[in-house]
Design a protein around this ligand. Structure first.
Ligand code: NAP
Length: 488
């Protein structure tokens, strides 16, 4: 990235999350201890944001050329003397080597930006360790969730949040102010005891994705094995035909839509279970069981994985005619027909089935793409609650219905053909229909006026057995309030 690029204006000043109120800070001198990757990126971003920067290095002469000309690079003690706020861009292992600076550092704010290599690596957090080494300083944990790359490219291209914690409210406010001027969004994470949690954040590997990924892999494995038995093992055992060539594309391509379809229904099933629980207990204030809570929280990831499998299924399907095996089979069929002197092989029903099957498949994929795109934070933030809920809830449900049509037109009458029951196993698509159809039927039942009305009342605070003021939607869709008694 060029210097000119970095000099372009950053994001406008953002409101601080948490209770950190901010005041303009640009122009003040900020110290940086260390001259590594992070220190360099930090210095560049600070300079571009209008701060004076003084870098403290053990070897300033050698390192000076690596920093912007506007930044002063000097010995550690010299740098520390010139500022009240110092970013410690040094690894935890080397904190003790800074102890000689304890006197000059006394009374100053130290910003601990360090990360560990393992979750909960040390008994105490790095920030707490730094505070124990320099009891006369005020330590603030912050900026560790921002990478050197994000600092260089500017907050607009990377993660914008800077998590901050400290036992000193004033010091925390000062660091929040600096982060804000740099174009980041400071988030108050409370006192120093949160430092450990903040230090663990960059080390977590897709925490929200673990359960959905295991779920997708589990489903893939089950359906893959089932399809393998039907498409490869059955012809081998019954007719001694070698169909192993089907494994890489055909078996995978019959497995992917099954996973995608079931995963899509699993996005809507917890909502149905939650509604059942609310209707049964007649309240929305009863906590859902933990597993249902977890499930509700992972719906976005489950939906995105469903889209991923659907997209792969589309690509695999497009590639089916490219395979040599497909060409051989096509020629073989043509030769057989020529030998049998069959001229017209057009089957009207099959033609229609295929046209409808592909068309609804394309529509379902289009809707899934829309759901995936609108789940991205940048797009989701540009939608109001009603737009978001319309797309994710209504269009999502329509996508499930259309996917069901896609599955049904694929299966057509095969469920009634006994030749399709290999080893007495029903065709795979009949199995995949179970959960989605349950969800669709439940949704239809919930949309019956008597049930919908009761559910709506519960969701607006009404409770079975209690007098509660509640709000009902009027026929025009606007809300009107009323007083009601329970049905008990
Ligand atoms: P680095 O490139 O290895 O730089 C570390 C710097 O520490 C060195 O350049 C050195 O500067 C200084 N230092 C002071 N005392 C030292 C000693 N006794 N031995 C060795 N070096 C000493 O590391 P970095 O990537 O900049 O990371 C610095 C800190 O930022 C770490 O705590 C890291 O966890 C944190 N961090 C880094 C990133 C990132 O993307 N890189 C992101 C978040 C947090 P002098 O030789 O000039 O004294």
């Amino acid at each position: 990235m060029s210097r000119g690029d970095m000099a372009k204006p950053l994001l406008g000043h953002r409101s601080t999350e948490g209770d950190l109120s901010t005041t303009p800070a640009a122009g003040r001198t900020i110290g940086v201890l260390g001259s590594g990757d992070f220190a360099r990126s930090l210095a560049i971003r600070l300079v571009c944001s209008g701060f004076k920067v003084v870098v403290g290095s053990r070897n300033p002469k050698r390192k000076a050329s690596l920093f912007p000309a506007a930044a002063e690079v000097t010995f550690q003690a010299e740098a520390v003397k010139k500022t009240d706020v110092i970013f410690v861009a040094v690894f935890r292992e080397h904190y003790s080597t800074l102890c000689d600076l304890a006197d000059v550092l006394a009374g100053k704010i130290l910003v601990d930006v360090s990360n560990n290599t393992e979750i909960n690596h040390h008994k105490e957090s790095n920030a707490e360790y730094l505070a124990s080494l320099f009891p006369a300083c005020t330590v603030v944990k912050g900026f560790n969730v921002v990478s050197a790359w994000t600092l260089q490219s500017g907050a607009r291209d990377g993660n914008k949040q800077v998590l901050i914690c400290s036992n000193n409210q004033e010091a925390k406010r000062t660091v929040a102010e600096i982060a804000q001027v740099m174009g980041f969004t400071p988030v108050d994470m409370g006192c120093m005891s949160s430092a450990c949690e903040i230090e663990n954040i960059p080390l977590r590997l897709l925490p929200a994705w673990k359960i959905p990924i295991f779920l997708a892999l589990g489903l893939f494995l089950c359906f893959f094995t089932y399809n393998l038995i039907r498409q490869v093992i059955h012809p081998f055992i019954r007719e001694q035909k070698n169909k192993l060539y089907k494994i890489p594309i055909e078996v995978v391509n019959t497995t992917l839509p099954c996973v995608s379809y079931v995963m899509l229904s699993l996005v809507y099933l917890p909502g149905v279970l939650a509604a059942c629980s609310q209707l049964y207990y007649g309240t929305k204030y009863r906590r859902f069981p933990d597993w249902l809570d977890q499930w509700l929280q992972h719906r976005k990831q489950i939906g995105l994985l469903s889209f991923f499998c659907a997209a792969l299924h589309a690509v695999y399907s497009l590639c089916l005619p490219m395979r040599r095996s497909h060409r051989y089979l096509l020629i073989e069929t043509a030769v057989k027909q020529a030998v049998e002197k069959k001229m017209n092989i057009w089957v009207e029903e099959e033609v229609w089935r295929m046209e409808i099957y592909i068309s609804v498949g394309i529509i379902a994929l289009g809707l899934l793409s829309l759901l995936a795109i609108t789940s991205l934070p940048s797009i989701a933030n540009s939608l109001n609650w009603r737009e978001f809920s319309f797309i994710q809830s209504t269009l999502g449900f329509i996508a499930l219905v259309i996917s069901t049509l896609h599955t049904l037109t694929y299966g057509w009458s095969r469920a009634f053909d006994e030749n399709q029951y290999k080893f007495y196993l029903p065709p795979t698509y009949t199995l995949t229909l179970l959960v989605p159809c349950t969800v669709i039927i439940a949704k239809v039942i919930f949309s019956l006026p008597c049930i919908q009305h009761r559910l709506l009342r519960i969701r607006r605070g009404w409770e079975k057995g209690r007098y509660v003021k509640f709000v009902l939607p009027s026929a025009t869709g606007e809300f009107s309030s009323g007083e009601t008694s329970s049905n008990v």
